[in-house]
Design a protein around this ligand. Structure first.
Ligand SMILES: [Zn+2]
Length: 120
């Protein structure tokens, strides 16, 4: 998998948008990412990605994405989905897993991840 090792995700900006904004009426953290050439690497083309993801965050099993049932998101990962979609679920799950001591801080914040590639 050497062709994947030189791929990067570039964080272009991280902003706290207070009050109403283009995404919602609530304050959000807006993150702009350039996924670069990873756009060409859906999850099913990355050897071992599914197994490593499930091992790292088994609670992703609860995500009902696409199929409307638990495991839906992971089924999408197995079938092949793009980095932006995976980042969306990772962000949500990491917020869900935040310890109770951070719950009022972290779980009430909406994070908007805008992932794209400059080559579009
Ligand atoms: Zn999803």
């Amino acid at each position: 998998m050497p062709q994947l090792l030189d791929k990067t995700i570039e964080i272009l900006s991280v902003k706290h948008l207070r009050g109403h904004n283009m995404w919602t009426y609530h304050p959000v953290i807006e993150v702009w990412l350039d996924i670069g050439e990873l756009e060409d690497f859906p999850s099913n083309l990355i050897p071992g990605f599914y197994d490593r993801l499930v091992k790292a965050l088994p609670s992703l099993q609860k995500h009902r994405c696409s199929y409307g049932e638990a495991g839906g998101f992971l089924k999408r990962v197995e079938e092949g989905t793009w980095p932006a979609h995976i980042l969306e679920h990772l962000t949500l799950e990491l917020q869900n897993l935040a310890p109770a001591s951070l719950a009022t801080l972290v779980k009430r914040v909406t994070v908007i991840v805008v992932a794209f590639t400059k080559s579009w």
